[in-house]
Design a protein around this ligand. Structure first.
Ligand SMILES: *Cc1c(COP(=O)(O)O)cnc(C)c1O
Length: 385
């Protein structure tokens, strides 16, 4: 294992051919909830699967290596991963979160703040002045999502990490939108990385899961302790499927982002579209930063249709290759309407403040042939009339 250096190799073969029982090439799935004691007062390596499980541990080890972390905890969903990080806080602590963060994260932070668990301030982290003054008021944890959902805003992880450290705050980066194949926040100064593995890491839209990866080994035991106490660890079967998904992570996301760039270029030229948000476009305000910070521009984009909600209705009704659905990162291309779907819980006012209009559509580009996706878009755009 010490010979393995490249992240692609880790994704493809971490744990392969390591089965001591039968030499199984693919690591076995251990569904068992419990493990027999060797003898009275002496357990074996495992006792109970909420605490630890060999299949889940192999996924955690793979994720820790891919993110360059000291260890990882695999959780039952992305929200369980967010919640697990928040277990580290106490009343009086302050969280600085993006004003346009994932809707579920926004809702959880607000609900726990209202119960007095900690304080939260939502800020536009691309506005240096706003971020600096928020940090001056004190912070224990800074949460970053880049590129953001759904507007694909890019923020500077290294700069925010320096800012956060100067006030003694720890930095958490939600790396769901790019995956470790395209961005490694720990190398840029993050203390924790969180994932909804539901998205690119599993990549096949058949698992809901999550993970927290810690940069420092001292944090990993605390996280494992909390995950065991509150019972948010992921199931062995989901871990098995997610590890299977990771085997092809690089191949999938590289193909998907090539097609996404073609979709972005296509949409830019269309008169029905007022703006396209894709960091790979030179017109995108975060293009230069994304070029430096990311290993690719990813396969997520969003765009605004002229004609508001009626144009959106006609457009999504005409689609036959893209599916109208929430979530992202799978092999199938999806379109979502944030104002009525993913970001409905945010409320109209917060949506407006975050710049999420009624005409905005988010696209997750899958593995279909580029020409089929482009003709689907062309056909549906023509229906707007
Ligand atoms: C989906 C998502 C989550 C939540 O993950 P679940 O697996 O749905 O619980 C958190 N952050 C981001 C950026 C996401 O896209």
């Amino acid at each position: 294992m010490s010979m393995i250096k490249d992240f692609r190799t880790i994704a493809a073969v971490n744990g392969i051919a390591s089965d001591a029982a039968f030499g199984a090439v693919n690591p076995p799935l251990y569904l068992s909830s419990n493990f027999a004691f060797r003898e009275f007062e002496h357990s074996q390596a495992y006792e109970y699967s909420r605490t630890s499980n060999p299949t889940r541990d192999l996924l955690a080890d793979t994720l820790a290596k891919l993110e360059g972390g000291a260890g990882a905890v695999v959780t039952s969903s992305g929200m369980a991963a967010v919640n697990l990080i928040l277990s580290l806080l106490k009343p009086g602590d302050r969280v600085i979160a993006p004003h346009d963060c994932y809707g579920g994260t926004y809702r959880l932070l607000g609900a726990l703040r209202d119960k007095g668990h900690f304080d939260v301030e939502f800020v536009d982290q691309s506005n240096d002045e706003a971020l600096t003054s928020a940090l001056k008021r004190g912070a224990s944890l800074v949460l970053v999502e880049t590129p953001s959902n759904p507007l694909m805003r890019v923020v500077d992880i290294q700069a925010i990490s320096r800012h956060a450290k100067s006030v003694g705050a720890r930095l958490v980066v939600d790396n769901t939108f790019l995956s470790p194949a395209l961005q490694r926040p720990i190398a840029l100064g993050a203390d924790f990385v969180i994932h909804s593995t539901t998205k690119y890491l599993n990549g096949h839209s058949d698992v809901v899961g999550g993970a927290v990866i810690a940069a420092h080994s001292k944090d990993i035991e605390e996280l494992k302790g909390w995950a065991n106490m509150i019972g948010v660890t992921g199931s062995p079967f989901d871990s098995y499927l997610t590890l299977r998904g990771i085997r092809s992570l690089f191949a999938r996301i590289e193909r998907q982002q090539t097609t996404a760039a073609a979709v972005a270029r296509f949409l830019v030229e269309r008169p029905e579209v007022s703006v396209v948000h894709y960091p790979g476009l030179t017109s995108h305000p975060g293009h230069e930063l994304a070029t430096r910070q990311q290993l690719g521009f990813g396969a997520m984009l969003s765009f605004e249709l002229n004609g508001g909600i009626e144009a959106v209705r006609r457009f999504v009704t005409g689609l036959t290759v893209f599916t109208l659905a929430e979530s992202l990162g799978g092999v199938e291309s999806l379109v979502a309407h944030p104002a009525s779907m993913t970001h409905v819980g945010m409320g109209e006012e917060a949506r407006r403040a975050a710049g999420i209009s009624e005409g905005l559509l988010r696209v997750s580009v899958g593995l279909e042939a580029e020409k089929d996706l482009l003709s689907d878009l062309a056909f549906s755009l023509a229906k707007i009339g």
